[in-house]
Design a protein around this ligand. Structure first.
Ligand code: ADP
Length: 501
């Protein structure tokens, strides 16, 4: 239980929060689930329960949607000026930043990721997302449009567009970057003036709930953001299908993305989806191999491979294939696995037993079909949900490990000879989220960037994110974009207004 957990300091805010009550936030009040049920959240480094969390279901979703509807239609939120809205979001960012250490510890314990990574990446990126979106609150504009109207000759018109909030938004987020995914979703919803029902992932509900407390401290009116922890098949499904939700924004697996689309069909709510990937990361022989090897290792092993954009198919020009594979394998072997709370840890456990079994299932399938593990290839230890960073070779395009998203620290390395062959192989996937290119030939890099069917292409880098840079998928990797000005389009309706003038 929580008392056995290791914290950076014996008495600190993260400990107090984790040991406290974890309820549902509806209309500014923390309440138990209507059913009275709770569910456990685990420390994936040990498999021990760290907290019991109120288990939201349909009834709680109904109440939360009703609160969000009232807040949208008639609450103080609907009357705030855009500047006041922006200032609230900015204040939330300040509060989050001031509590970085606490959030990083909660995230590390709930998700398993190294504390140093949560401290350096997850929390600052979430802060930055809120600041970036705070700035947009005052800059969401329509336009004036000259029109002619051929069937009313002689009449002049004044015509303009307004960009209005889409309404009540249901947001369903995953467990790989729990707080950051909440920020990606909440930031644009708040900047545009929507109200929200947020359902965090059942594996990692804690930082979203703590964020709810900070939103109250910042002064967001009741009902603007309601947070309902619970399972996907129950609370998530009820939210996606709810007839009074105007839009659902989802990040998670492509399989569940399809269920969201079906659930949304009832009232034809707007849908945005950020789904899976099987991203190609391409190394040419002309590049500085040390940096390409380091970048390619981090492209797959960052966050234990639990990134939708992980560079999980490593394509290497054949003349440097052995060298690059050996280099990436060496990097893999140097990665220290351990509890996220240990300052020596480079890679923590996978998030859950289910993920452990899933990733090990993929390893078994690849190895039994003839793939070879240059390094790794199995579970690490027998306590907690650790998997050894793995490099697979001798694969072919029909293998599941090449075609399907593994969502773990497993890369398949594949040689290629020509750019044409490479483009065909790299695009031979139902996904299209991201791609990496390592070359010093600038023309080749840009040509390839345009040929790869992916929403993000990193050249001589990987996993570079910014609140201003849109992120999202081609093909079955999603609908719409997160971040940047593009995301605002998914949270607004355009109204055309026109009058004889
Ligand atoms: P993973 O398989 O990696 O856990 P999921 O796509 O299952 O990812 O989960 C992402 C989010 O979607 C989580 O918040 C989860 O609870 C939710 N979810 C899962 N199934 C459904 C569903 N049928 N309807 C709505 N949300 C769901």
């Amino acid at each position: 239980m929580a008392t056995a957990l290791k914290f950076v300091a014996p008495e600190n805010k993260a400990k107090t929060f984790i040991e406290g009550k974890h309820q549902i936030l509806i209309n500014g009040k923390w309440v138990e689930a209507a059913s009275g049920k709770t569910f456990p959240s685990y420390d994936p480094a040990t498999g021990e329960v760290i907290a019991q969390v109120a288990e939201g279901d349909r009834e709680d979703i109904n109440r939360a949607v009703s609160a969000a509807r009232t807040a949208f239609e008639s609450g103080p939120w609907s009357r705030l000026t855009v500047s006041e809205r922006g200032r609230l979001i900015w204040k939330l960012a300040d509060l989050l930043e001031a509590n970085t250490e606490e959030f990083a510890e909660i995230e590390s314990l709930d998700n398993g990721k190294p504390l140093k990574v949560a401290r350096a990446a997850d929390i600052p990126l979430a802060v930055d997302m809120f600041r970036y979106m705070a700035g947009w609150a005052t800059k969401i504009e329509g336009s004036t449009i000259p029109i002619s109207v051929p069937y009313t000759p002689g009449t002049r018109y004044l015509a303009y567009t307004l960009r209005e909030p889409v309404g009540v938004v249901g947001q369903i987020i995953p467990w790989n970057f729990p707080l950051l995914m909440a920020a990606w979703k909440l930031g644009p919803a708040l900047a545009t003036g929507c109200t929200v029902v947020l359902k965090p992932a059942e594996q990692t509900p804690l930082t979203a709930l703590r964020l709810g407390e900070l939103m109250q401290e910042a002064g967001f009116p009741d009902g603007v953001v309601n947070i309902v922890p619970g399972y996907g098949e129950t609370a998530g499904a009820a939210l996606a299908a709810h007839p009074d939700v105007d839009k659902v924004a989802f990040t998670g697996s492509t399989e569940v993305g399809r269920l969201i689309v079906q659930a949304a069909a009832g009232n034809l709510k707007k849908v945005s989806l950020e789904l899976g990937g099987k991203s190609p990361n391409v190394v040419f022989s002309d590049v500085d191999l040390d940096s390409a090897v380091a970048g390619s290792a981090s492209a797959i092993f960052f966050n234990h491979g639990q990134c939708c954009c992980a560079g999980s198919r490593l394509f290497v020009e054949d003349k440097v294939f052995d060298k690059v594979v050996e280099g990436v394998a060496k990097k893999a072997e140097k990665i220290k696995l351990g509890s996220g709370m240990d300052s020596n840890t480079d890679m923590g456990p996978l998030v859950s037993e289910e993920q452990l079994n899933r990733v090990c299932g993929y390893l078994d399938s690849g190895l039994s079909e003839g793939a070879k593990a240059v390094t790794g290839g199995s579970r690490h230890g027998d306590k907690g949900y650790f998997v050894k960073p793995t490099v697979l070779v001798n694969t072919n395009d029909d293998m599941k490990v090449v075609r399907e998203e593994i969502f773990g620290p497993v890369v398949t390395a594949i040689p290629f000879r020509t750019s044409e062959e490479l483009v065909a192989k790299a695009n031979n996937t139902e996904y299209g989220l991201a791609a990496g290119i390592w070359t010093h030939d600038i023309q080749k890099a840009h040509r390839l960037a345009s040929q790869l069917r992916a929403g993000t292409v990193w050249i001589n880098c990987y996993n570079i994110f910014d609140a201003a840079l849109p992120f999202g998928g081609y093909k079955q990797s999603g609908w719409g974009r997160e971040m940047g000005r593009e995301v605002l389009e998914h949270y607004t309706e355009v109204k055309s207004v026109c009058t004889p003038a």
